[in-house]
Design a binder for this molecule. Structure first.
Ligand code: GLP
Length: 250
């Protein structure tokens, strides 16, 4: 299902409301969370909605998609740091209810296996939030990642390092590897929301819309999932066919 909104603000409000509805319906929800600039206003709106509705989040569990290898949680570009700043600290979420892959684990392979097992032990993900890379990656599952993959270590593509360089003082500091939840882990989530905002995502969203299911385009795996909502603003949707654009809801 496509939901296309006039503005990024409306798109992020929609996604935040979906998160709220999920947590209200199931207090012990396991949420799959994402990072990136797209998600910042989503978390800001979500926090506001939770507070307005006085929702008890003490039974909530979260699993983030990915983390850079080599960056500890105190590093300003680590995804742990991002999540602390944008969501966890603001909601007083911590401890075992908050999960991210450990980019500093001594035994990365073991840490990866434990991460996927942890998701399963929590009963699976009720809702997985996704952004999309300009090369079609979801989490850090780069093109040609096997669709049956579980949490694993991945070599970041040049495109991804270039795209994410904007967050680092020196673009060469972008780590070369990351740990990411696998595509199979993502596909097992009961609901998925993929968000794409802004003109830089228009090309990949058109490719995704028209293309086949193919490991060359990781996000295309979602076409095999029965409950996915693609949430776009007008700019990210600009290259989609007219009949999809006519369904603008915002
Ligand atoms: C990173 C994350 C992805 C995210 C992507 C898009 O690469 N690993 O999970 O989807 O960034 O980020 P942005 O929202 O900043 O475009």
């Amino acid at each position: 299902m496509y939901k296309i909104f006039d503005t990024p603000h409306e798109a992020s409000q929609y996604t935040a409301r979906r998160l709220l509805t999920k947590v209200q319906a199931k207090a012990d929800s396991a949420l799959g969370l994402a990072t990136g600039s797209t998600m910042e206003p989503v978390y800001a709106n979500f926090i506001q909605l939770l507070k307005q509705a006085s929702v008890d989040i003490s039974r909530l569990t979260t699993f983030n998609l990915d983390e850079y290898i080599g960056l500890g949680g105190e590093h300003a570009q680590s995804y742990r740091y991002y999540m602390n700043q944008h969501l966890f600290h603001k909601l007083n979420l911590s401890g075992e209810r908050v999960n991210l892959p450990d980019g500093t684990a001594e035994n990365a392979k073991q840490a990866c296996q434990a991460y996927s097992e942890g998701i399963q032990a929590a009963g699976g993900l009720d809702l997985q939030l996704l952004g999309i890379g300009s090369n079609g990656h979801i989490g850090f599952n780069e093109p040609y990642t096997c669709f049956s993959s579980r949490t694993h270590v991945i070599e970041l593509s040049e495109q991804t390092r270039l795209d994410n360089g904007r967050f680092f003082a020196n673009p060469n500091e972008v780590p070369t590897q990351a740990i990411t939840m696998g595509i199979q882990d993502i596909l097992e989530a009961r609901e998925v929301i993929l968000m794409a905002i802004g003109p830089k995502k228009a090309g990949i969203m058109a490719e995704l819309f028209h293309g086949e299911v193919d490991e060359a385009l990781p996000a295309s795996a979602l076409k095999r999932h029965g409950n996915v909502t693609f949430v776009l603003d007008r700019e990210a949707a600009a290259l989609l066919p007219g009949e999809v654009l006519e369904r603008v809801v915002g």
